[in-house]
Design a protein around this ligand. Structure first.
Ligand SMILES: [Zn+2]
Length: 224
C-alpha cells in the first residue's frame, strides 16, 4: 500500500484526537507528508475517526490531486497543501475544533505563553485570525499569517486551532498544548494575575522543537 506507514499514523493520531477530546465524530482533520515523494496522507472527508482504516486514508499530491484511496480528501485540504508549500520542513498538520481553544478563538482571546508545553511550539502568543469560510483558500492563507515565522500553532476565529510540526507526533502534541493552555487560561483568570514564563525559559523550550534553530539569538522556522 502506498505510504502505508503514514496512513497508519493518520489513523492512529485521528483516534488519539477523538480519545483525548480534541474532536468529536468526523470534526477536524489531519495529514502527514512523505519527505521523499512529497505525497500527502490526509483524512478522508466526512468519515468518523473510529472507523478509519489505513486503506481508507486518501493520498494526494501537493496540488490536491487524489493519487490513492477510495474517498475524497478532507474539504480543508487546500489549507494543508498551502502549509506544506509555505513551510517545506513541516511534515504534519493537525486541525481540530477542541472546546477551550475554539472558545478562545471565538472570543478573540490570544493565548499567552505561560505553560511550558506551548512554549515548545510558539515564540509569540498564539494569534487569533479572522473568520474565513472552511475549505476556502482564504482559510489557508489566514492560517499561514497566523503561524507567521515564529509559531507552529494558531487559532482560526469561530472555527478552531491548527498546528503544524516536523511529524504527526509534534503536530498532535502542539494541538494538545494549545487546548491545555486555553483551558488553563480560563481557570487562571479566576485565580488572579497570569504569570508568563521568562524569556530565557521560553527560548530554551522553543529550541526543543525540531523545526527550530537558534540563530544569533532569534528563533525562526527554518524554510529551506
Ligand atoms: Zn475545521
Amino acid at each position: 500500500m502506498l505510504l502505508q506507514e503514514l496512513r497508519e499514523q493518520v489513523v492512529y493520531y485521528g483516534r488519539q484526537m477523538l480519545e483525548s477530546g480534541l474532536t468529536m465524530h468526523t470534526g477536524g482533520n489531519l495529514s502527514a507528508r512523505d519527505r521523499e515523494t512529497g505525497l500527502i496522507a490526509i483524512k478522508p472527508s466526512s468519515k468518523p475517526y473510529d472507523l478509519l482504516k489505513p486503506e481508507d486514508i486518501t493520498v494526494i499530491d501537493i496540488e490536491g490531486n487524489v493519487v490513492d484511496g477510495p474517498y475524497k480528501p478532507s474539504s480543508e485540504w487546500p489549507m494543508h497543501t498551502l502549509i506544506y508549500k509555505t513551510h517545506p520542513r513541516v511534515c504534519a498538520v493537525v486541525h481540530c475544533h477542541s472546546i477551550y481553544a475554539t472558545a478562545a478563538a471565538a472570543a478573540g482571546q490570544e493565548i499567552p505563553l505561560f505553560n511550558h508545553e506551548l512554549c515548545m511550539y510558539c515564540s509569540s502568543p498564539v494569534r487569533v485570525m479572522p473568520f474565513e469560510i472552511p475549505g476556502s483558500d482564504a482559510l489557508g492563507e489566514s492560517a499561514i499569517r497566523g503561524f507567521g515565522t515564529d509559531n507552529c500553532v494558531t487559532l482560526l476565529q469561530n472555527h478552531g486551532p491548527i498546528a503544524m510540526g516536523a511529524s504527526l507526533w509534534h503536530a498532535f502534541d502542539a494541538a494538545c498544548a494549545v487546548e491545555q493552555a486555553a483551558h488553563a487560561l480560563f481557570i487562571t483568570k479566576a485565580y488572579g494575575q497570569l504569570q508568563l514564563i521568562p524569556e530565557e525559559g521560553r527560548k530554551a523550550l522553543r529550541a526543543c522543537d525540531p523545526l527550530q534553530r537558534e540563530d544569533t539569538g532569534k528563533v525562526e522556522i527554518i524554510a529551506v
